[in-house]
Ligand binder design. Sequence first.
Ligand code: PNW
Length: 486
Amino acid sequence: SAHGSYTTQNKLPADFAWGFATASYQIEGAYDEDGRLPSIWDTFSKTPGKVEDGTNGDVACDSYHRTHEDIKILKQYGAQVYRFSLSWSRIIPLGGRNDPVNAKGLEFYSKFIDDLNAAGIEPVITLYHWDLPDELLERYGGALNQEEFVADYANYARIVFKSFGHKVKRWITFNEPWCSSVLGYNTGKHAPGRTSDRTKNPVGDGAREPWIVGKTLLIAHGTAVDIFRKEIKPTHGGEIGITLNGDWAEPWDPEDPADIEASERKIEFAISWFADPIYHGKYPDSMVKQLGDRLPAFTPEEIALVKGSNDFYGMNHYCANYIRHREGEPEPDDAAGNLDHLFEDKFGNPIGPETNCEWLRPNAIGFRKLLKWLSDRYGYPKIYVTENGTSIKGENDLPLEELLKDDFRVQYYSDYIGAMADASAIDGVNVKMYMAWSLLDNYEWSEGYQTRFGVTFVDYENGQKRIPKKSALTLGEIFNNHVSKE
Ligand code: PNW
């Protein structure tokens, strides 16, 4: 099987750094403390029927009160970097550029950054990991309103850069804009849970919503990068980029040109939607061809802002799919590229074993192939893997002792890190950093708490106690074996 078969002696470069990733709403809890107001995820998770187990992030891992425990385990595991996100709702509780700034929110993160730096762990900060202040959705429709959203995000970003730019060197503007656009405005699986409803869309044709949101996020990204480069970088240095999610796509019928083309298109609809404007100054041809003027056009000024706006490519990657083309015309709101995702190819070969997530099947070779694909298309940029990891089927139902022996996850990391080492050593991919998702079991969005992605078990029934799983203690060893010593 594809799982558990990847071995290599190849090495990553000596200056390679690794660590873990989390996100504010998934771990912090303390939802109403020290001035924080609701984000769209507070509202969404408390709307009946939206989250599988009906849970929310009110308490989560209680990391707001347990920063010292989190730093302690990071050190224990040997992490060199820690990627976490800021809750916009703690810093500007109402969200807007004319709304009050909450000193307590800034103080919380300031102290956390200091403590990480003091522990020798480099903070990597995501400005936006999906938890938009709810007021901005109510006020003007959130990211559907480009002008307002960009102005408010720019204000938030500037406040954060001015507060922390002297002690944080790596910044991520947005986590996975594809998820915000498609899961938030097309399938409705994520907040704000819109499904291209034409009757309620404040800006017109509802079936355009995902692409309007995608464009807004790109412009907001470019604007924040511009602020960072003009106002912060000259004095403090540092790097900034966006994090994009993307799975590998393998043709269902390896000999059918239509499936080969659909596989390419699938990656373009997920990744190149955002990465082509950033690296090439335009949308991918396949999207223009299918969507026509549903794709909101860029002005020349907007393209100038977005093109060249990545100091590094932030890559979130989990899995692969077999892709089969569809016959006939795509639906007007089809955001996938007129194709189907399958777990078996034409000959019945599985793409990988099942996990606890319907969408996730491990396939380490796909990671290597996608690293190469990205490098070829975008000119061998510096890549930071900002998320990679797996859930395990039925993990939540296991007795603690068995749950802690997460050999499936150990195998996943060992295979994926090996594949990354080959991408680096053989394919010439410029990958320099890796963050495992996740440091902790946490709030897995619409799957609630039953799906665990952590290398650390969090006992939600027992004061959010943290207990390392086998994978937590193995990652350091894997990197020790795979990072060159010279
Ligand atoms: C990413 N999908 O989300 C996020 O950045 C994390 O916050 C999340 O916990 C992690 O991956 C694991 O899911 C995704 O349905 C959520 O295809 C859903 C999908 C992809 C990524």
